[in-house]
Design a protein around this ligand. Sequence first.
Ligand code: AHR
Length: 506
Amino acid sequence: MTIHIDPKAGKGTISPLLHGQFIEFLGECIDEGLWVGTDSAIPNTDGIRTAALEALKRLAPPLLRWPGGCYADTYHWEDGIGPRDQRPTTYNENFGTFELDNHGFGTDEYLHLCETLGAQPWMNVNMLSGSVREMHDWMEYCNRAEPTDLARRRAANGHSEPYGVRYWGLGNEPWCGGGNMTPSSYMDLYRLYASAMPSFTHSNDEPSMMYPIACGPDGNKRVERVEWTRQLFQELASFRQPPISAYDLHFYNWNIEHPEDSSTQFDQAGWTRVVEGCLELEDIIGEQWGLMQAGLAAMPYPEAAKDPRLESVDLVIGEWGNWHLDAFEVRPALRQQVTMRDAVTTALTLDILQRSCDKVSMACNAQTINVLNSLILTDGDATILTPNYDVFMMYQGHQGAQALGLDRQDSQTGVYSFASLKDGRILVDLTNADMTQAVDQSLTLPVDARVEDFHCLTSNDPHQFNDKADPNAVRARQVGLDASTGRKFTVHLEPASVNTLTLSLV
Ligand code: AHR
């Protein structure tokens, strides 16, 4: 069989925000990982580990979510501003972290990092142990241009200009650690928080610059996730609607029911289970999108003709990634190694998000450093880039491109593919998810194209990983291909490999 790529079959623009990242105060994601502090012996740039910062600059994540996750629901933002030697010490029990928390990396450090990386910040508000006033003041501190006390505090802390933070998550996973709420109790609280958000406009006609994100369901619960969305939109349709821009679905590819399987030890069955597990997200997106549209169709028409009717809410995925059993057992908490099994699922998940660009507006990999589906692992003073880092780098060219309509999988070779078009260049993802067998894959186009580049990420052994002793054991490499021009190409795909082929239209 062949993969046919039609450059005219555009399916919509791939928002760069689909390639977002997520950092949280869990394990060594931030403290000891990204943030080492200014007096650390580890080379740092204003407290941020320089090697990680440089890697993130190359990656240029378009979106960075912070401070959680579940941590956000215990976070009091004022603990993390002002002179660092005067910040309080608290205790962080979240997700097995069990560490002192000295709040060295707070709002200004985070927003400065976003500015350095060119990333949009997505901040999550504490709806569990916080208050409406605390949320309101945090937003004022970040965004108020007028010289209020909070704006002056921000200026005193080094940033006189407002940061202009647009994306705000209201709560986190309220169906579990975020309060064990029901759709109805969450919506009661959501209405208060969303209604109290400042707009940062200067006339009643200007739309608010703020983008409130409501909590969507646990994507891993087949029954509950349907009920959560159905009931939440029913609650939303009752009487008047609070501001709501987006709805945040979380989905983890759980691999925790097989004690013999770990992030680095797995057999063929474990390989297949995890690869197939990540594909479920595509159906869940379709299901949740459908439920949201049904919920929106039932929104009431306001009595006053001048009042707008709520007609759209964006679907976002604030957390996705593989979650292996050993992440629960290790110190630092939630750290897991990354092999080609994770790189393959990371590639396939990005393909799903890109293919779903007409439905999903933003998404964040959980998480960037030292936690779960990491791009970067640190080990003392060593900073190691995982195979997942390479996947995100190989996929950068999809940001802002037109998604092309392609079958998800070649029925004969089993190869998964996705393609996009930007500025006359087609970037084709080709993932051979077979753990042991290489394959020759043919591709056809209706017009002439020239091979510009072919990158392959694989390893001799799919259990291999990068660590301090061998930081580049699994690394993407450019493969020499004939710079041929034509309408038909055949590429050799190694077993357990993620590949990208760049073609330019001639
Ligand atoms: O990413 C780790 C945790 O997983 C987050 O804190 C929480 O939102 C989710 O359950």
